[in-house]
Design a protein around this ligand. Sequence first.
Ligand SMILES: *[C@@H]1O[C@H](CO)[C@@H](O)[C@H](O)[C@H]1NC(C)=O
Length: 449
Amino acid sequence: MANRTFSANTPHIISSFVLFSLIAVASAEVFFEERFHDGWENRWVKSDWKNDENMAGEWNYTSGKWNGDPNDKGIQTSEDYRFYAISAKFPEFSNKDKTLVFQFSVKHEQKLDCGGGYMKLLSGDIDQKKFGGDTPYRFSPVLFICFCCCILIYAIYTDLSISQCSIMFGPDICGYSTKKVHAILNYNKINHLLKEDVPCETDQLSHVYTFVLRPDATYSILIDNVEKKSGSLYSDWDLLPPKTIKDPEAKKPEDWDDKEYIPDPEDKKPEGYDNIPEEITDPDAKKPEDWDDEEDGEWTAPTIPNPEYKGPWKPKKIKNPNYQGKWKAPIIDNPDFKDDPYLYVYPNLKYVGVELWQVKSGTLFDNVLVCDDVEYAKKLAEETWGKNKDAEKAAFEEVENKRIEELAEEDPVDSDAEDGDSDVDDTERPEIKKDDADEIDDEDVKDEL
Ligand SMILES: *[C@@H]1O[C@H](CO)[C@@H](O)[C@H](O)[C@H]1NC(C)=O
């Protein structure tokens, strides 16, 4: 009925549409929001996972060594070579017909060699005390000696530990090769990795990671409120078999001409071509003055390659007028493809959690959000990370400079550096110092162990 009166009532409809949109923005549904203010401990459950093996790491409730607001705290991994598992529950919901936004901020204060900063959205009923414990994996501390082992273990661990979650999202760094944003979706009990490469941030400052999943089966990944990637669930994960395939029955026809160039049938071998010798005697060679025919034998001039000789004759090539192009199997509908209109739906989302193995601790999580409204998430990011980022950067630089200065004082060789030329010193020192500092850091870590 309303449709029929559309033209008569257009202004009315437009104004109610505007009103409706305003209501829609105002009524963003927030399923979970954690800014780690007082009382956060009542909402989060630390898993007992790895406790009995003394391998469970402690979370530090802190704003970190550098921050834009010392009162804005989050939770930070505080012990090296430990497992971390913590989760929080929210009223179960389904994202059917809704946009799902999953967002949090993460700061790697340690210089991360190998480790993740990802969070998980989990479905169904989970024993939060045992969260993480279901990963069929055992550790021996001996293995941790070698960094290579750690990388390997980390890789295996990451692979196994995602088996219980619905969505795993966030940055992952390991060595020089892995510096990316993970977005792993569980579909029909199988974990599917995002096939696209989305680089993550690698510095020691806070960054906001946002994953958006829409009812039209599209997604976006944002870092610091800037879209880094967007696309479709159909193309960027292998959740379903492909819609179309190359016809496996099709065969290249026998008379298919896929030669792009052919020898020119008009081209003829020039007369006498085969009589041109490959080598000729060097016209510039002279018999040496002291050559003795009797002792040295008869002198013969050396031969050189004949510049006239062009190799065996070949007709020149021309474009094949009958060229049909490279043969390609025709694309057909994949008989194995069955569309799932609810591909994007997680019907009983209920927990958000962190489950990590860290070689080097110092990863700080904050401002976790699960909601249905991208604008709301953007606003939250601006009010938290956005508001503090400049001050945090300044604080970080101050800490870094102090650390570098202290190192210069400790190291007599460098403090004896030449006078004058101070410009050069200033620019070159930090680089050298940073490496020195890293070594010292590493030694400290070993001492603590
Ligand atoms: C927690 O973090 C703060 C700030 O970085 C630090 O001073 C403190 O030593 C940490 N506490 C533990 C137990 O690691």
